[in-house]
Write a protein that binds this ligand. Structure first.
Ligand code: MG
Length: 168
């Protein structure tokens, strides 16, 4: 049986994943405002992924007989000085997500809640991917000028990004 404090912590994370979607949609809107539709698409797809993460926890809590509750959200940052600034903000956000997932995993380990430890393993692996992706894009952005061909090629490349939801 999932105890109340671990169940509440998972519910908090479900809400934080939705907040992450909110953060990325705000960044997408900034990119759209700069007429960088490929970068905007990148962050819209990122927002879809975050909603999928939230639904994964939603299903898990339901499967464990727990009632999901929704909370209000903070206003995300809507203004950025550049695309690089937006990606750096996203990278910091992902590092915060990783800290939260690790904390959840610590709670599950303290409770010897093996099913939840196993469930969180997917999120731990996912965070390695997320951080690596943002780190690599930031490194590329730092090496190119913001009005260069390479920059617009990145915008075109990111217009191809799609999200195909895996099974929950
Ligand atoms: Mg996430």
């Amino acid at each position: 049986m999932l105890n109340e404090s671990l169940s509440k912590a998972l519910n908090d994370q479900l809400n934080f994943e939705l907040y992450s979607a909110h953060v990325y949609l705000a960044i997408a809107a900034y990119c759209s405002g700069e007429s960088l539709d490929g970068f905007a698409n990148f962050f819209m797809v990122q927002a879809e992924e975050e909603k999928f993460h939230a639904m994964k926890i939603y299903k898990y809590l339901n499967d464990r007989g727990k009632r999901v509750t929704m909370v209000g959200m903070d206003t995300p940052n809507n203004e950025y000085t550049s695309i690089l600034d937006a990606y750096e903000h996203a990278f910091e956000h992902e590092q915060e997500v990783t800290r939260r997932i690790y904390h959840l995993s610590d709670l599950a380990m303290n409770d010897r809640e093996h099913a939840t430890i196993q469930f969180l393993k997917w999120f731990i692996d996912e965070q390695v991917e997320e951080e690596s992706m943002f780190d690599s894009i930031i490194n590329k952005l730092k090496r190119i000028d913001k009005d260069s061909n390479a920059f617009f090629m990145m915008d075109t490349e990111f217009s191809q990004r799609t999200f195909t939801p895996p099974a929950l």
